[in-house]
Design a protein around this ligand. Sequence first.
Ligand code: ADP
Ligand code: MG
Length: 891
Amino acid sequence: MEIEKLVHQPHQYSLVEILKSTPAVQEGLTSLEAENRLHADGPNVFPTKKPRPLWRIFLGQFASPLIYILLAAGGIALAIGDTRDALFVAIILLINSIIGTTQEKGAQNSALALTRMAETKSMVLRDGYQIEIPSEEIVVGDIVFLESGNKVPADLRLLSSQSLEVDESLLTGESLTVIKEADGVFEEHASLGDRKNMAFTGSLVVRGRATGLVTAVGLQSELGKIVNSLNSEESAGTPLLIRMKKLTHKIAIALLAVTALMALLLFLKGYGYYEVLVFSVALAVSAIPEGLPVALTVALSVASRRMAKRNVIVRKLPAVEALGSCTYIATDKTGTLTVNQMTVQKIVNPEGEEVMVPGSGLDPGKEKLQALHVEELIRCGVLCNEAQLSFHDNKWAGHGDAVDLAFLVLGEKAQIKSPGAGSSIAEIPFEPEHQFAAVLHEASANERILSVKGAVEKLLPMCESMLVKGHKHSIKPDVILQQADKLAEAGYRVLALAGATMKATVGKIENPPAGLVFYGLVGMIDPLRPEAAKAVMQCQRAGIRVSMVTGDHPKTSLAIARELGLAQSMDEVVSGPALKQAQSEEELSRLILNGRVFARVEPQQKLQIVQHLTKNGFFVAVTGDGANDAPALKAANVGVAMGLSGTDVAKETADLIVADDRFSSIVAGVEQGRIVYNNLRKVVYLLISTAAAEILVFILSFIFDTPMPLTAAQILWLNLVTNGIQDIGLAFEPGEGDELDHRPRKPKEPVFDRLMMERVILSAVVIGGMGYWYFHQLIQSGVGIEAARNDLLLFLVIFENLMLGNCRSEEKSIFKLNPLRNKFLLGGAILAQGIHILAMYTPGLGSLLEIGPVPIAEWAHMFAMALVVLVVIEVHKLIKARGIKAQLASS
Ligand code: ADP
Ligand code: MG
């Protein structure tokens, strides 16, 4: 194979040599050949770091200072010969780490599945067809098509290029974009940055189009040579998680101080050295909510799985909760709010004659269009085109830009055929920042035609005359602009078309083109997504401001915004040029804060909009698809890339990817984000309030000089059967259904707010107070210490499991929450309770824990008393609900 020779340093061969030795330029590889090569060379990937093996995850569970203390305590117990407690510590540790391991493994698996969903695809030429394949299936010898926004999937020797600019910073460190061209030969040892006829793996196409021959894949590529493994991005934890961890640290330190103090006092009271040590360690461990980090991680990974079900793919875990607290969504129009299925419905020629075009979608139908006086216009739209329309298996299928496809369908209707890809001499590809496209074609031996289409304001200055009944007339820009306005007001996307004939010696297109003949305007419809209006309304109810940012005409955008209920009048529309004319930062801020629709906006201005919004206190989510949207996606609090229409560049910088491009999916994501935050609060409430209750029992027994209410083993046990699995169960809570009826929380709002404080104190006082009081009564009435502890332990187990009923909602009554909605939680609570009962009746375990059976009447009595904690919190919920209502009424 000659290609084997070329793949070594391909930049030193001229394009002619390359083309000569690559017989497959027209057809690409056959799929058989490609498959063989894939087998021989392996997939086009870098080996990723292996996920942590199970045993390491398991051992990782022991890497915590709290566990060290516990281990030390177990060691001491063993040394003294107290095998019972040592054994118990070992069992508790084992159970804890099994729970932790299964949860972490689950989170790891779902993270892996999510990265798979975000893999990239590439356009290649195979068997004579352009097809899209997963980038990892690319092999040496493939012909790859590049366009702006692509990530270069393999090392390519360019075969053709149009205004190609790439960002090679990953490879060369050079942050400026580099112009690349297929022509040119470079010496063998030229540095990578100087090999201008190559595009290297991992570079980003910032502008232009190109085709290239794959010369190296995977680890053989230049990037592969310098990075041996692509580290899967280790997430540093979300801001909320970090804040929560800090909070638990603070609580832990406070509790440790209390414990130390109590240990000292116990010591002074005459307890033995070892007794005090084991007791204080056990108390500290039970008081520290060590389950919190695991439960929080689980809550976030549950949320990211739920989001994936709603078509929101989480790329960076912090975005899960961030999306829940966003107060502003700046969204694209085309494809997000609309279906991005364009159809030319109206053609207006320069004279003002209108032609209605029947049909919609990709199917041109049977009816032939009478294209009198607009033939030139239609040909222009078909020539200046990058899309492909084909008829396969009785179905019309399209690939490429929706606007371009609409022109191909129009061409079919008027029976004007496309000359096919690759027949052009020069091109200026469409980029949102220019808002036009131009193509130069061979018409005959001594003539070439230039075809240009784009935004009407962009094209008019390029035109010198207009075409009326086959003759050039002087152009009337005002009249044309009025026609365009009329189309736009009716909600049509407006495109202008123009062209020129040129001498055969002309090989390049001036940028911008000049001296064109104006052919007319078309109006395209792009239907709204049926669910979009409802989603916009949901946002408004949820206290989130929505604005539309688009490159389209202001009036078209307003018409669509009206349908969505997003804006009503032109006052709410801000145009890109108006932003440019703003005199000061203040004026710019004012414009941006007032805008509901941003039209004729260039991608760079999106960044400006986002920056002003965040500066003014909004927590902003912004959508993007193009290569130039990356800065805005990065600057926003939550960057959302489109999964279908989005470019690799956009997806790579985004925090979230919306797989189906729909605006409504973003709103579903917001809902999930709010649910996860609420669940985190529920977990915190359970863990902190029960820990505080336990501490209180000890403090009271200390103050009133009763014997130690629970042994060390019992405290550890209590922790296990009341928190061990229930906290994770709370992390699985489904939404309460009204998440989108509330205003967004403030991003910096502390988890431990006033409500949380009141609830924790109330619950701790009820459980701790009643628990101690009951214990005290038993001791007073002459019951032995062992029996009293047995009763107290059962009492606390019942209390703390009932607390779950309080934790499930901050506002809603327990009676309004169906316990079956969270089977995991219900099952977990029943299981834990059952284990405790089982332990009471199992002689061996019972004696280990110093517990035993309790008469049923006693049981019922305790249960009835424990209900008090539900009643108290229910009343508190009622009072709060009243308070909120009163506040709403007075405001
Ligand atoms: P958006 O995606 O926000 O709706 P675009 O940036 O795609 O807007 O388009 C902005 C304008 O550029 C359109 O109103 C149209 O005039 C022009 N335009 C869009 N697509 C093409 C295309 N394929 N060729 C030429 N001009 C186009
Ligand atoms: Mg677009």
